[in-house]
Ligand binder design. Structure first.
Ligand SMILES: NC(=O)c1ccc[n+]([C@@H]2O[C@H](COP(=O)([O-])OP(=O)(O)OC[C@H]3O[C@@H](n4cnc5c(N)ncnc54)[C@H](OP(=O)(O)O)[C@@H]3O)[C@@H](O)[C@H]2O)c1
Length: 235
């Protein structure tokens, strides 16, 4: 059944995906990555699963450590079947206050870390008949203009493009690449983008987590290579 690595697993959509995937028993090992040990432990406490669960604190903006991180996971848990790039960062700024540091930090977490995780995991991914899966979380902000969110929106456009390119490049290894673009969803990151919003009236992380679980199940073989928009009809 293999190992599934989930970044951003300490909160929001990543936590919801971990809980749902754990319940479905899709993988023998689940590796939950986030910066906060407390938040990861809270996710673990919410999981009902027969899978082995490893909690892994790591700051994904430390790009140089990612190859060793993935190698260690491979050695401890076995063949990698799935990578979920869910972690995300934003510090929304209009153009005139957007700094190089703002662009760099956003791209480090949202684009460069997923790129490195994909590259390193692909080296160890299973090649049996079921193949392996990668799922990247982009955003509707990567598709339509978002004034004031330059670094975040452009980084998510990069995630969409990277996913589509790698879908074709990795097909020969039996690796499917999925890309989802959620609309507004009730999380801490969304609170930074829209501080005054009533989060009880928007999509909840569990709704996105459920769809992620469906996409990474072995029976789903049609929706890779597309930018899958997840947005409630009336929102
Ligand atoms: N909420 C929305 O409306 C919405 C819409 C479209 C797309 N998305 C995307 O959905 C994904 C999940 O975000 P969310 O909405 O669920 O918000 P969230 O609850 O704030 O989750 C963001 C996660 O990213 C992790 N993270 C941030 N910086 C990190 C770093 N340097 N190293 C490791 N982990 C880091 C955080 O983990 P720690 O705090 O433990 O480090 C946190 O668990 C993001 O990619 C986001 O862009 C969200």
């Amino acid at each position: 059944m293999g190992t599934c690595i989930i970044t951003g697993a300490g909160s929001g959509i990543g936590r919801a995906a971990a809980v749902e995937i754990g319940k479905a028993g899709l993988f023998s090992h689940l590796v939950l990555i986030g910066r906060s040990a407390e938040k990861l432990a809270e996710t673990r406490a919410q999981m009902e699963t027969s899978s082995e669960v490893e909690l892994c604190t790591y700051d994904l903006s430390d790009l140089s450590g990612i190859p060793e991180l993935v190698k260690g996971i491979r050695e401890r848990t076995g063949e990698i079947a799935c990578l979920l790039n869910i972690a995300g960062y934003t510090d929304p700024q209009p153009l005139f206050t957007t700094s190089v540091e703002n662009m760099e930090q956003t791209y480090r977490v949202n684009v460069f870390a997923p790129f490195l995780l994909i590259r390193e995991c692909a080296k160890y991914m299973r090649t049996n008949a079921d193949g392996a899966k990668i799922l990247n979380v982009a955003s509707t902000a990567g598709i339509t203009p978002r004034p004031g969110w330059l670094s975040y929106a452009s980084s998510k456009a990069a995630v969409i493009s990277m996913s589509q390119t790698l879908t074709e490049e990795l097909a020969e290894y039996g690796i499917r690449v999925y890309c989802i673009s959620p609309g507004r969803c009730a999380t801490a990151l969304r609170r930074k983008l829209a501080p005054n919003e009533d989060q009880t009236k928007i999509m909840q992380p569990e709704e996105v987590g459920h769809i992620i679980c469906e996409l990474v199940s072995d029976s789903e073989k049609c929706l890779d290579g597309q930018n899958i928009i997840i947005r409630k009809k009336n929102l």
